[in-house]
Design a protein around this ligand. Structure first.
Ligand code: UDX
Length: 443
């Protein structure tokens, strides 16, 4: 098989498919990515992936190329794993990369091929892509027959290897107006997880596309729900973490994704809910998803709240105040800063005049590229040095385990905002700290 697009999703998928025993060619137009991967280097932080890459490359089952002619000759199954970012100036998804892959690949194909889309796309895309590849194949005149099917990906950063090799479920959407080989082929590809009992769902193309965006919209809604309740807790003296524990034991609700705090970011949830709304508008059913606007707004308000809280704790003026922001990645165990709440807060504080010192165990280089004007410290101790307020913005283990007494020796003022609700507030207060948090009245 080929895996086209070797970013976060594609590189992980390629390595994991080779780990399952397949003969995999990873394809990308970016020579830098292909060079790094061919040298056995993963160009982003993902626990466990470097080991899988090394093992599978040594076995000879995994190679990488920038050459589409090689890709066309290598396999009859092609995974599509390119990005579908938010369009500039609009909420809709940008399908440029998806189209470019098919335009490069299909004219080079001969015989029967199956393209399994993994990228998150607006509902209706796969049907359009089938028309596009039919036209491309006819124009090329090589007699190729190319089927488009959809096999959405649900992996979480930080657990990408586990989520790919032992997924919660395998979803395959296939065409219904002509014969399809997608289900049979997918069952063969995923034989190992299927033997181990992974649920398999076969469905039509629009359903498969919608499964992915609905899952992400639900997760975003769950987080924003608890963060909305958090605002009420702040206005009333209630404690959102105790509340979440108590409602979360009801297994219809569940405690997961009820972590109140700075909210969601990353390369998926924010852009996916916006693209979902944009698509609903195009379909004339925008009212169905108007609530996602509110989900997005609640999420953004949490970032503003942390900036406001920092201002309150510096006596109302941020100008010139030294603020330490712990975390830049959108979540722990990741170096991804796309739409990162932590980096957004650090940036807003800096724009409001504060002198900001940021530290993150993995995301420093990415953060500095996106926001070069912030102060970046070489260590957590250096970031804390002389701070008047500390903001814990990403809940890395290293920050959760900070010792309140030792940390107190480094800062100027013992004031901390636990924006992820992960610290033992009593232990910190016992060392003379003022502890503020989201959704909890602590002092
Ligand atoms: C998500 C989906 O989980 C995954 O299934 C999909 O394929 C891609 O998008 P990911 O972006 O890696 O994965 O991150 P996830 O672990 O879902 O966290 C998303 C964001 O929500 C993070 O910023 C996290 O900090 C935040 N979050 C999560 C909360 O604020 N509270 C919670 O309780 C859980």
């Amino acid at each position: 098989m080929t895996v086209i697009g070797t970013g976060y999703l594609g590189a992980t998928h390629a390595a994991c498919m080779a780990e399952l025993g397949h003969d995999v060619l990873g394809v990308d137009v970016d020579p830098a990515k292909i060079e790094a991967l061919s040298d056995g280097r993963v160009p982003f932080f993902e626990p466990g992936l470097p080991e899988v890459l090394e093992r599978t490359m040594e076995s000879g089952r995994l190679r990488f190329t920038t050459d589409y002619a090689e890709a066309a000759g290598h396999a009859t199954v092609h995974f599509l794993a390119v990005g579908t970012p938010q369009q500039r100036g609009s909420y809709a998804a940008d399908l440029t990369y998806v189209h470019a892959v098919l335009d490069d690949l299909v004219p080079r194909l001969e015989g029967r091929h199956l393209v399994l889309g993994k990228s998150t796309v607006p509902v209706g895309t796969a049907v359009e892509l089938q028309e596009r590849v039919d036209a491309l194949a006819a124009e090329a005149g090589r007699g190729a027959e190319v089927e488009i099917a959809w096999n959405p990906e649900f992996l979480r950063e930080g657990y990408a290897v586990k989520d790919t090799i032992t997924p919660d479920r395998i979803v395959v959407g296939h065409r219904t107006d002509r014969p399809s080989t997608a289900v049979e082929t997918a069952r063969e590809i995923y034989a190992r997880p299927l033997d181990e009992g992974t649920p398999f769902f076969e469905m039509n193309l629009p359903t498969a596309e919608l499964v992915k965006v609905s899952a992400n919209a639900f997760l975003a809604t769950k987080i924003s729900f608890i963060n909305a309740v958090s605002e009420i807790c702040e206005a009333t003296g209630a404690d959102v973490t105790r509340l979440a524990d108590a409602i979360g034991v009801d297994d219809r609700i569940g405690r997961k994704f009820l972590g109140a705090g700075l909210g969601f970011g990353g390369g998926c949830l924010p852009k996916d809910i916006r693209a979902f709304m944009a698509r609903a508008g195009e379909l004339g059913v925008d009212q169905a998803l108007t609530f996602l606007r509110e989900v997005d707004a609640i999420n953004q308000r949490r970032r503003e709240r942390v900036v406001e809280l920092t201002r309150e704790l510096t006596g109302g003026r941020l100008i010139g105040r030294r603020v330490c922001v712990l975390g830049a990645a959108f979540k722990p165990n990741s170096d991804d800063v796309r739409d990162s709440p932590a980096l957004n807060v650090a940036g807003s504080l800096s724009l409001a005049g504060a002198s900001v010192s940021v530290y993150d165990p993995q995301a420093m280089a990415n953060a500095a590229r996106v926001f070069p004007t912030l102060g970046y410290a070489g260590s957590v101790e250096e970031a804390l040095q002389g701070a008047e307020v500390v903001v814990l913005a990403t809940e890395w283990r290293q920050f959760r385990d900070l010792d309140p007494a030792a940390t107190g020796e480094l800062v100027d003022e013992r004031v901390i905002i636990d924006a992820r609700n992960v610290l033992d507030a009593d232990a910190w207060r016992a060392e003379g700290w003022t502890v503020a948090a989201l959704g909890r009245a602590l002092n």
